[in-house]
Design a protein around this ligand. Structure first.
Ligand code: PMP
Length: 287
């Protein structure tokens, strides 16, 4: 079966899916996106993802391309046409096509494109090995809470991770505090055993997985605080891990040259991954 994409009202073969060269997403990164995981044929945390999409659009004063109901219908139809039960759905909304000029166009119709990709379920062997992270300066703008397609600093950070043999780059602000990963939220467990993640604000994306994991943390009765932490504190931590819709809960066992804990994934990360997998198949799942 050939891959099918959704482009502004049409389902089209993926290799012929196109947008106009004057789409403002292409010229100005004037658009937003969401990624929702598909697990065992179910969407994971669909409502909070679509709430965040609404918020991103509101913050940029881009009109909603369609109602929530219609959007869900497109998502389901795209998954059906691609026969995907395990993977992701990517949706992007831009301010639309207009003659190139910086101010918002007087009239523009928001452009909506969607793709669906097959992706195997998480390889649980990561629970034995973990992954490496490297730190990079956070060179992004002041509204990282908006999920815009302007991802060049994130791309450069992830590329630096790859060329350094690492899975993720943790971005560090001018105060030395970790903001987040290039496409994930960052967590540590201190030497005293307290779980820490940075509070939401303009400096980080309010991760949907972060929020779901936070609920699980409370349910498990894990000692937890939201506060900034430095890269140095992270390197001394007992555990570290990242969360995202595609990485779930992924243990980090090395940050730059520092080995975290005993170099193996820690118990809190393991507990939370198991709890998150249950959440994906339970309360977080929708058809
Ligand atoms: N931070 C950034 C910069 C991201 O791109 C992502 C992934 N979209 C996340 C955090 C994690 O967010 P979520 O859990 O909603 O995937």
């Amino acid at each position: 079966m050939g891959r099918i994409a959704y482009v502004n009202g049409r389902y089209v073969p993926h290799d012929r899916a196109q947008v106009h060269i004057e789409d403002r997403g292409y010229q100005f990164a004037d658009g937003v996106y969401e990624v929702i995981a598909v697990h065992k044929g179910m969407l994971v945390d669909a409502d909070p993802h679509l709430d965040r999409l609404d918020r991103s659009l509101r913050e940029l004063r881009i009109d909603q391309p369609m109602s929530r109901r219609a959007l869900m219908a497109v998502i389901r139809e795209l998954l059906r046409r691609n026969g995907i039960r395990q993977g992701i759905v990517y949706m992007q909304v831009t301010r639309g096509v207009a003659r190139r000029d910086h101010p918002f166009p007087k009239v523009s119709v928001p452009a909506l494109v969607m793709t669906a990709s097959r992706k195997p379920p998480p390889d649980l062997s990561v629970l034995e090995t973990g992954k490496k992270a490297v730190t990079v300066p956070d060179i992004r703008w002041g509204r990282c809470d908006i999920k815009t397609v302007g991802l060049l600093p994130n791309v450069l950070a992830k590329q630096h991770a790859r060329t350094s043999g690492a899975y993720e780059a943790w971005m560090v602000d001018a105060q030395g505090n970790v903001t987040e990963g290039s496409s994930t939220n960052a967590w540590i467990v201190t030497r005293e055993g307290q779980l820490v993640t940075r509070p939401t604000g303009n400096e980080i994306l309010s991760g949907i997985t972060r929020a779901s994991v936070m609920d699980l943390v409370k349910r498990e009765g894990i000692d937890f605080v939201e506060r900034p932490f430095t890269a140095e504190e992270a390197k001394q931590a007992r555990e570290a891990f990242i969360t995202s819709a595609t990485s779930y809960v992924l243990p980090i066992v090395q940050i730059d040259d520092a080995v975290i804990g005993n170099g193996k994934p820690g118990t809190i990360a393991r507990t939370l991954l198991q709890a998150y997998l249950a959440h994906m198949e339970g309360a977080g799942a929708s058809r």
